[in-house]
Design a protein around this ligand. Sequence first.
Ligand SMILES: [Ca+2]
Length: 391
Amino acid sequence: MAPRKVIIDTDPGVDDILAMLLACACLPEELEILLISVTYGNIDVQSCIRNVLSLFHHVQKEIAWRKSQGRNIGFETIRRSKPLVAVGPEHPLSDDMLMADFFHGKDGLGGIHESHPHLSPNDAWTSVLSAVKTSGDPATSHIADELANSNALFTPSNEPAHQEILRLLKENEPDSVTIIAIGPLTNLALAAAEDPEAFLRVKEVVVMGGTINEPGNITPVGEFNTFADSVAAARVYALTSPNPFTTMPPTPPTPPGTAKGQHPPPFLAPYPKSLSRQLRVTMFPLDITERHVLTRGEFRKTMEPILAANSPLAEWATAFLNATFNKIESLQSNSGEAGWKVNEDEDIRIETSGDSGNWLSSKAGNRIDRCVATPGETTFGGYLLKRVFSL
Ligand SMILES: [Ca+2]
């Protein structure tokens, strides 16, 4: 079977690192990771890049260790084909909007790019490298090694992440690439705004985000990835609608001095009146993700023998997960139903613009699939460790 081609859009983050380790541990016939597009999130984009570099460094060390021990090497899909790693934005669209409004009011500046330069990918890689070199911290020196390593398990890209996304969608057959978004949706919104039809070539966008019936994890009702860039989320979800304008967030006026037809972020262009198709989005809200748990007990028990044998990856994972386990309580597993279950075509809206009189129309609103059950609710933690550590 041909592998699923995927783009992972991420703000790593402990949970995202685990998700990427699991993806990297896939078999080549299961998954081909074309691109890891990095965005800001809980932490700034530079730290996110450093975490991705750390991940590849420790996987590289782990592979060498497994070889030396005569163990099953694992990580087959990334050994078969190297993912690209591309750098995305440093700020959400909505935050930029606030900053831009501030400048607009203060001095009428039009040059948003000049007043708020987004770090170019080249600069981002260079500044990560120089920050690591000048810090003198031995704990981060491996990051410089990883960037200089021509045998690295990834290829750093010098194109902005959203443009790499568009390029890959254009170069691959329509409906052959899935985007897995596990951070704020800024990269996706930028790509969709720049070339909506190219973006719509995606097979599906799978979003870890939102919450339906569970309390939020950033505000009483807000989920972090959505809250972190609600405008980006609204713009992406709007593409699932038969009429995107019915759920689009308001577009702020372009600042004076902006050339006609130019819509730099956050002044993204509205979508064209007619689009060739609707975007397929499947949402994995907190309601389902919180039922997939890796417990401290299971992790510790599985790690013991490989830690004793000096697995570099087990040492690294233990260091960052122990800190995480100390912070969070394990959530209760609730495995009511066996097998995957997806509620289809739900009208889930990100309300940023209020009701425009279309609320009850069957032609308005978004159409989003939402995962409500999986076969992995009781077995997820063990499965993840088994795959990642090749047990
Ligand atoms: Ca994340």
